[in-house]
Design a protein around this ligand. Structure first.
Ligand SMILES: NC(=O)CC[C@H](N)C(=O)O
Length: 373
């Protein structure tokens, strides 16, 4: 509608006026930003964004519309990271009309169908400057004409830190994926909100996957499915809330099972090791983050989406394998003796550069038993 007004509200009292798109409603969340230039379908459907309002720094969004879900590999849509939009709200500077061969609808229509509010015409650089200065903040997105001052009062009531978002995005019963072609092994995937991109990478390497609910015991599944390895997935929210998963991860380590973790999965393995996790001021979210492998000396451009990081000095049986070249934070860890590796960044990209999909090859070697850690 012409003249319609919406708001982005931050807990420090900032109220920014924009133009609504998508669903007309009010949603609350932690306000975070990504510097990714492309890949909004992947970002919007990434379950790790549950509980967060996503601000895009790239000024033009929606240019290539919404890709078809029919473009698939091993039964999974190629450009989606889950079956629905997971962000609480989406904030852009300029919403574009789509023009692309694979587009089936506009961003506006997609958000409307999924009940997710969007806001355009926001000076996203100003939002980023504020978040970089004050740290990540709670906030709200208003697109239904509600009074922003009243909504601001409710922002104080939300608590991102103590909410278990994992249980909202994890399956309630096991899901099995069988790769097309030869099966090279079976992996138990502890699904804390796994991205399809990770499933696609594991399936590409011939693994049959048993996705179990986040709080199930992976050892039981490992034994009953006669599996060859365990994978701890990415996922939303504060890792310190996941005591059950950390306890299960400890059991997996004690059993010496070949294991890999990504992002939240890495944090959970670190917790199982007795290490500490802290919250970053405004997180790492983007697709051009430089990471250095301390063993090979090589650097990679990586995809990242995390708000927490491992305190390196508190690691016990793990050591720091890779670091972030922007701020030296931990980006990957390796176990000193066991076949266990984990990254904080996303080697599956989705969206982003495929420079580090080789980490999944390393995991495949560990599962086959033909690599030294
Ligand atoms: N992508 C993820 O798995 C994110 C992990 C965790 N929620 C964080 O923000 O650090």
């Amino acid at each position: 509608m012409r003249g319609e007004v919406g708001y982005l509200i931050l807990e420090d009292g900032t109220i920014l006026k924009g133009k609504p798109f998508g669903a007309r409603t009010v949603r609350y969340g932690e306000v975070v930003f990504t510097t990714a230039m492309v890949g909004y379908p992947e970002s919007l459907t990434d379950p790790s964004y549950k509980g967060q309002i996503l601000v895009e720094t790239n000024p033009l969004m929606g240019n290539y519309g919404v890709p078809s879900k029919e473009l698939k590999e091993n039964g999974l849509p190629l450009h989606y990271e889950s079956d629905s939009i997971k962000v609480e709200g989406f904030v852009v500077s300029r919403l574009m009309r789509p023009n692309h061969w694979s587009s089936v609808m506009s961003l506006d229509e997609w958000l409307r169908r999924e009940g997710v509010p969007g806001l355009q015409g926001i000076d996203t650089r100003a939002v980023v400057k504020k978040i970089r200065e004050k740290g990540v903040m709670r906030g709200a997105i208003v697109t239904d004409g509600s009074d922003p001052k009243e909504v601001l009062e409710n922002v104080e009531k939300i608590d991102y830190e103590t909410t278990n978002f994992v249980e909202l995005v994890s399956p309630s019963s096991p899901i099995i994926h069988v790769p097309e072609g030869k099966i090279s092994g079976t992996i138990v995937v502890v699904d804390m909100g796994i991205k399809y991109g990770i499933l696609r990478e594991l399936l590409r390497r011939g693994f049959k996957l048993i996705r179990i609910p986040w709080d199930w015991d992976p050892i039981e599944a490992y034994e009953s499915y006669n599996a060859d390895g365990v994978f701890f997935s990415n996922g939303p929210g504060n890792p310190s809330l996941l005591k059950v998963v950390a306890k299960n991860a400890k059991k997996v380590l004690d059993a010496g099972i070949p294991t890999m973790g990504v992002c939240l999965g890495e944090q959970v393995l670190a917790l199982a090791d007795g290490a500490e996790i802290y919250k970053l001021k405004y997180g790492h979210r983007g697709i051009n983050k430089p990471v250095k492998d301390l063993e090979s000396g090589k650097a990679f451009v990586t995809t990242q989406n995390h708000g927490y990081a491992i305190e390196p000095e508190t690691l016990n049986e793990f050591y720091v394998w890779m670091i972030n070249l922007d701020d030296n934070t931990v980006e990957a860890i390796k176990h000193k003796e066991l076949p266990v590796i984990a990254t904080q960044y996303h080697p599956e990209a989705s969206p982003g550069p495929w420079d580090s999909t080789w980490v999944f090859d390393e995991f495949a070697k560990l599962v086959r038993g033909d690599a030294n850690v």
